[in-house]
Design a protein around this ligand. Structure first.
Ligand code: 13P
Length: 252
């Protein structure tokens, strides 16, 4: 239930699909998906596929998203991509701080914070990923870990940006495992994130969308979207199959 917040479903294709394959998957999605009031859909292909996917999505209600961004606007930063470059290709949303980047590339809360600031300086809409490891959940520290991640990622963000911002709760142990978090855990963690958003942004924090990610499928999306405090989903594996992703976006 998202109340006044429009729902947001984002497909994160991760490091899958060539440019040609991505354009073809985007075309298939654009044909299948119908615009639904109060629902936004975006797909995040690899950087190399952004121009082709942008062309494939022309005239469709599906928005373009990127999987990362760098915090400087230009300069000697080999391999990095700026907000300006993304906007130039029609990108609207940007995923920041995914646990795979934190784990494999050493991305820290401080780096995530700088990336969020860079996205907000431009017209991009940051989707900030947070989530605990399995050991942290077992140790009973999941809520505290996630609260700290949110506080550090959003440090310095103005209340006026709340509606442009989204947070994705993605417990690491639920990603790619087929083991989604239970509805009870999701509701509890989202409620905790909402409290943290209010601490940071005041009442405006109610405008920020909180998505769930981690083994979202056509089989569990309806229950997920009916859960208190769930404003959308960040979908990995199931977003690579047009039929599955279309069904997820068509949740009831
Ligand atoms: P899966 O949907 O494959 O579990 O991936 C979730 C995810 O990491 C989305 O960003």
């Amino acid at each position: 239930m998202s109340g006044a917040r429009p729902a947001l479903i984002v497909g994160n294709w991760k490091m899958h699909r060539t440019a040609a394959e991505s354009a073809s998957l985007a075309r298939e999605l654009a044909e299948r998906l119908r615009p639904t009031a109060g629902r936004e859909v975006a797909i995040a292909p690899p950087f190399t596929a952004l121009p082709g996917v942008a062309a494939a999505l022309a005239g469709s209600p599906i928005a373009l998203a990127a999987q990362d961004i760098f915090w400087e606007s230009e300069g000697p930063y080999t391999g990095e991509i700026s907000a300006l470059m993304l906007q130039d290709l029609g990108v609207r949303h940007v995923i920041i701080g995914h646990s795979e980047r934190r784990r494999h590339l050493g991305e820290t809360d401080h780096m995530v914070n700088r990336k969020v600031a860079a996205a907000l300086r431009s017209d991009l809409r940051p989707l900030v990923c947070v989530g605990e490891a399995e050991a942290e959940r077992l140790a009973g520290t999941a809520a505290a870990v996630v609260r700290d991640q949110v506080l550090r990622a959003l440090e310095g963000v103005a209340a006026g940006e709340a509606a442009r911002l989204a947070v994705a709760y993605e417990p690491i142990w639920a990603i790619g495992t087929g083991r989604a978090a239970t509805p009870g855990d999701i509701v509890e963690m989202h409620a905790g994130i909402r409290v943290t958003l209010r601490t940071l942004l005041g009442e405006a924090g109610d405008a920020t969308r909180i998505l769930y990610g981690g083994s979202v499928t056509p089989a569990n999306i309806d229950g997920l979207m009916a859960s208190q405090g769930v404003d959308g989903a960040l979908v990995g594996g199931a977003s690579l199959k047009a039929e599955d992703f279309a069904r997820i976006c068509d949740y009831r």
